[in-house]
Ligand binder design. Structure first.
Ligand code: ADP
Ligand code: MG
Length: 724
């Protein structure tokens, strides 16, 4: 079966958007309005209403600006209007800066006048408590009914460099560039802006989304996805409003351009009291990890890292492969770069004979003409230019990394100019640069910045950027996702779940959980319930020795913890003794547990014990888990997660992502196990939990796996259910 959404090219993304989110779908007017009204513009220096007005003017905005303030007739030489109606035309964009209690009123005015796009800068809403929340909801209501889309409240505003729009009090408008930035924190945006302006980093647009009462992170990501001036989308997020929609759309957009996000704060909702192994191992951040991986989003840990990556994506082409050529004037940094390349799992380009010959013919005899190409410490700009061009011409080279240390003869600035020249001539392959030092390379760095060459302080950070670029390339070229659908017996599962929900039971014990698994094609050990010792012996004789005995109680989730599992019972005597012992000891350990009897079970031949599990994140849906199983799961913590539904490739990748994988392949002369059979188990479980949203958590532990061709057995299973 194909999963019901395609990963193809995006076209007119807004048209997919659910209509419930507002009538005016296009966010274009936020970025390129012909006219802007500023309600709450002020004459007083230091007030937000003054700062924004002057930012607008200073930024060189060429559209019309309408300050609105009923107390004055003119601000900074601009005619001031009594109210929106007095303007006499409908402004494309309205900025609201008046105190919170007046905002609803202004929004009403916007509706009456026919305004469609609004930015509410004003704070004092949801973020301050229940009264603020009430006011915010009122504003949302008015906007929705009036067909208005709005950004904020409690935000810094919007900037767009192409239309020279600085509708914010975040700072000076940056230079034009390919980075679109959205931030849930206004203050952080101000810091980014300051840093970017000091380094000449260019943006297409910057948006502070504030409380995102209407326009949220996804709206902005979609808008930036559609904007041809934005080559890379970057952002800082604290929360995601609509998880499942986010995953779907972000995946579509990532196919077109990279999304680089910083995400702070884990989901506490997902980490709520869990009784399963899977639930307790899924940390607050696991869901975001899964979502970002699935949607191809590049997660960044700091602003610095984010801009290291963003600069390269915004200004350089994507590489076609992962083979790096290093050009350097110093041996040490060259070796450091080579080490970093190896550690990052990237390829070290093997130069062709032709390249080596060319380099030999022009470079001094002492130069190293193999990768890293060492042009030597006294190299002037010319040999650098030559070596870089020759390296880029080599079909075995996908990426060039140029290193420089400012030695006595080094022509730093001229070398930078040469690199810029070459990058304009050879636009197919990315060039990243690391000029080490400070004073002597300062003017060179300026040349590189202006020439749109990404510049790094260390070879390591350049290499980690290359790694991220190649990871993104691999994600983009991933095979189409095809989720296999197995024939199953859904009715059987429905019955078990309905029965538990009717009786108000959350936990589904081993016997019932296994029935569910059997309905989805899993093999489980033979076994039956016994309520007395004689019955237990009878069942054991029917199954054949050896058998396993397990306590059967709805109140005991982890049976071994209370001495409720006895394996390797070889005859009637041992079965009877085990029964008596359990009935004597367990009630002493857990006096409140309601004990129904024991499960007498076929003993499985020894095999490797792994765990297959699922924990449902309230926001993003079912997360699948694979790991080393048995009773030590929580101790070993060797697990990996992925968002359901799983494709065969994703299921296999989950195995590869654990250390256990080496054991699965076979170590020290031991035969490996059937890896595809485990991956199939994960896919079957993924289908089960996708088809039954009532299942909140599930563990198959252990899932006993054997060598190639041996069907794995779900030896123990449990799940918890809730009304959907
Ligand atoms: P719990 O997880 O509730 O403690 P399990 O049913 O998983 O109970 O049993 C604990 C351990 O006992 C398993 O990890 C496995 O090693 C062993 N075991 C349980 N049932 C069987 C069986 N039918 N065959 C072989 N080993 C078993
Ligand atoms: Mg178990």
């Amino acid at each position: 079966m194909q999963y019901p959404f395609k990963c193809g090219r995006i076209r007119r993304l807004t048209s997919y958007y659910p209509v419930t989110k507002g009538v005016n779908m296009s966010l274009e007017k936020f970025f390129s309005p012909q006219s802007v009204a500023i309600v709450g513009a002020s004459q007083k220096k230091g007030k937000v209403g003054y700062e924004i007005l002057t930012s607008m003017v200073k930024g060189g905005y060429e559209g019309k600006i309408f300050p609105v303030n009923h107390k004055t007739s003119e601000i900074e030489g601009l005619k001031c209007y009594l109210d929106l109606k007095a303007i006499g035309e409908v402004p494309d964009l309205v900025l609201i800066i008046v105190p919170a209690r007046f905002v609803a009123d202004i929004m009403q005015q916007c509706v009456r006048v026919g305004v469609k796009s609004v930015v509410i800068i004003t704070a004092g809403f949801k973020e301050v408590g229940s009264e603020g929340l009430r006011m915010e909801q009122q504003v949302v209501q008015i906007a929705k009914q009036g067909g208005i889309r709005f950004v904020g409240p409690n935000c810094l505003g919007v900037m767009d460099t192409a239309s020279k729009l600085n509708a914010s009090f975040g700072g000076d408008l940056p230079v034009q560039g390919g980075i679109g930035y959205l931030s849930q924190s206004g203050a952080l945006l101000a810091a980014i802006l300051d840093m970017a302006n000091a380094n000449g980093i260019g943006f297409s647009s910057l948006v502070s989304i504030g409380n995102k009462a209407d326009v949220d992170e996804l709206d902005m990501i979609v808008a930036m996805g559609e904007d041809p001036k934005t080559r890379v989308i970057a952002g800082y997020l604290e929360s995601i409003t609509d998880g499942e929609l986010f995953v779907r759309k972000a995946e579509q957009i990532s196919n077109e351009k990279p999304i680089l996000l910083i995400k702070s704060g884990g989901t506490t909702a997902g980490a709520k009291a869990a009784s399963s192994h899977t639930g307790s191992l899924a940390g607050g951040d696991t869901a975001y990890e899964c979502v970002f991986e699935r949607a191809g989003i590049i997660r960044c840990n700091s602003i610095e890292q984010q801009f290291s990556f963003a600069q390269a994506f915004a200004n350089q082409p994507l590489p076609k492969g992962n083979n790096v050529a290093v050009i350097t004037n110093a041996g040490g940094p060259g070796i450091m770069a080579a080490d970093a390349i190896e550690r990052a799992g990237l390829g070290f380009a093997k130069l062709t004979d032709e390249t080596v010959e060319k380099l030999t013919s022009q470079l001094p005899p002492a130069a190293n003409v193999l990768n890293p190409i060492d042009v030597l410490g006294d190299a002037l700009a010319k040999p650098y230019e030559f070596a870089l061009e020759v390296a880029l011409d080599d079909p075995n080279v996908d990426i060039a990394l140029v290193l420089l240390t400012p030695q006595a003869m080094t022509e730093c600035k001229e070398t930078a100019e040469a690199i810029v020249r070459i990058s304009k001539k050879k636009t197919e392959k990315p060039i990243l640069v690391c000029f080490m030092g400070a004073n002597k390379v300062a003017s060179a760095l300026k040349v590189l910045r202006e020439g749109k060459i990404p510049q790094y302080n260390s070879a390591e950070s350049a290499v980690s950027t290359i790694r991220v670029m190649t990871d993104y390339l691999r994600w983009k070229n991933r095979p189409k996702r095809v989720v296999r659908l197995f024939p199953v017996n859904r009715r059987k599962v429905e019955n078990v779940i309905d029965r538990h929900l009717r009786q108000g039971l959350r936990e589904v014990g081993e016997a019932d959980a296994k029935e569910v698994l059997e309905a989805y094609g899993f093999m489980t050990p033979k076994g039956s319930i016994a309520t007395n010792a004689e019955q237990a012996v009878n069942i054991a004789q029917q199954i054949g020795y050896p058998v396993v005995m397990k306590i059967w109680s709805p109140d005991i989730v982890h049976k071994s913890d209370v001495g409720g599992v006895k394996v390797g019972l070889n005859n009637a005597r041992e079965v009877m003794d085990a029964f008596d012992l359990m009935m004597y000891r367990i009630p002493m350990k857990v006096p409140d547990a309601y004990i129904l009897g024991v499960l007498v079970q076929q003993m499985c031949k020894s095999g490797l014990e792994v765990i297959l599990g699922m924990n449902r994140d309230p926001r993003f849906g079912p997360m699948m888990m694979f790991g080393m199983g048995g009773t030590m799961v929580e101790v070993l913590k060797d697990v990996s997660f992925y968002l359901a539904p799983l494709t065969a490739d994703e299921a296999k990748q989950m195995l590869i992502n654990t250390r256990t994988y080496k054991m699965l392949q076979g170590v020290r002369g031991q035969e490996g196990v059937d890896i595809d059979a485990i991956a199939e188990g994960l896919q079957r479980l993924s289908q089960l939990v996708t088809e039954f949203p009532q299942i909140k958590e599930m563990d198959i532990n252990p899932f006993v796996v054997g060598r190639e061709g041996v069907v794995p057995i779900a030896v123990d299973a449990r799940m918890s259910v809730e009304k959907d």
